[in-house]
Ligand binder design. Sequence first.
Ligand SMILES: NC(=O)c1ccc[n+]([C@@H]2O[C@H](COP(=O)([O-])OP(=O)(O)OC[C@H]3O[C@@H](n4cnc5c(N)ncnc54)[C@H](O)[C@@H]3O)[C@@H](O)[C@H]2O)c1
Ligand SMILES: N[C@H](C(=O)O)[C@H](O)COP(=O)(O)O
Length: 332
Amino acid sequence: MDMPLAISMGEPAGVGPDIVLALYARRDELKLPPFCLFGDAPFLRARALRLGLNVDIADVGAAGAGAVFAHALPVAQVEGLVQDHPGQVSQVSAGAVIGAIEMAVAATLTGTCRGLVTAPIHKGALYHAGFKHPGHTEFLAELCANGGKPHLPVMMLAHGGLRAVPVTIHVPIKDVPGLLTKELIVETVRVVAHDLKHRFGIANPQIGMAGLNPHAGEGGGIGREELEIVGPAVAQLQFEGIGVEGPLPADTLFYPTHWARYDAVVAMYHDQALIPIKTVAFEDAVNVTLGLPIVRTSPDHGTAFDLAGTGRASPASFLAAIRMADAMTAAR
Ligand SMILES: NC(=O)c1ccc[n+]([C@@H]2O[C@H](COP(=O)([O-])OP(=O)(O)OC[C@H]3O[C@@H](n4cnc5c(N)ncnc54)[C@H](O)[C@@H]3O)[C@@H](O)[C@H]2O)c1
Ligand SMILES: N[C@H](C(=O)O)[C@H](O)COP(=O)(O)O
């Protein structure tokens, strides 16, 4: 019996639950690997009914998932109130949303599940409810550390051979220059190089490094971060034998022909990395967290409140996230 993947329910007002239900309904046609959805069974039944999906739901937990997956969607029940109000953000369900992530991580760390796929959360709603982490990426690092020193979590968005990594993640743009250090860049690239090798099977990864400023600083005329921070980080990484080039002007680095020369491009901030990949591949790019002891993937889109409960959300990115987690954990 295949060990299941864990899927966390995400924001119940968003499209995540809709897409998981719709994909499950097509499990045979899509040849989906077994998974267990960490969420609320009554809510999922209500959402399936709303969407007109004929899906049986079995509250069997992760350990029972493999045995029922062929005929019922296995659910690991979370605590907390979850309402079927598509598109209506509410703090009421925050406890269940966070609990689903915690339970799914625990099941993956202990080996009941082989990898984690997260459905989108609504960060603003969780912040209002007191959630202290900027997003999944940072929260997962803390959960995986289990009280010890967290790993450095690295966000990578991937579409085929096009991969983009932001060094700073969910931070205000005004804080980016102050947060960029040689050490952070070096550590981020070490994680990228290690995981491309060991999780993606790329023997000798080549990485393109963007500068922070227009034209990569134009020799110091348009900012000095390239000379004082990014350049020294590249030199250190090259000294360590890691294949890195840069700092390169970000505006042309993401031209697909240029981008494709590298196994990954490392950018200095969230939108520098995510705008290009969402522009060329929003339909089915995958968000994967590197640097963790578990495999975690996610669709590249968010909660899409405008589409929740309508059945019109594309499942393509979520399906790609399941396929990637499946491939990365296939040996287990
Ligand atoms: N992995 C995650 O948890 C994750 C990822 C991205 C955004 N978010 C969160 O989602 C919330 C909303 O973010 P946003 O509005 O910037 O982005 P979004 O991805 O939710 O929506 C952006 C646009 O893309 C469309 N869209 C999104 N998913 C789609 C799909 N599957 N099929 C068809 N169209 C789709 C939406 O209708 C909308 O027009 C924010 O709180 C954000 O933090 C979470
Ligand atoms: N930065 C991601 C994106 O825009 O696609 C998104 O916010 C998800 O981040 P987490 O996986 O850390 O929640």
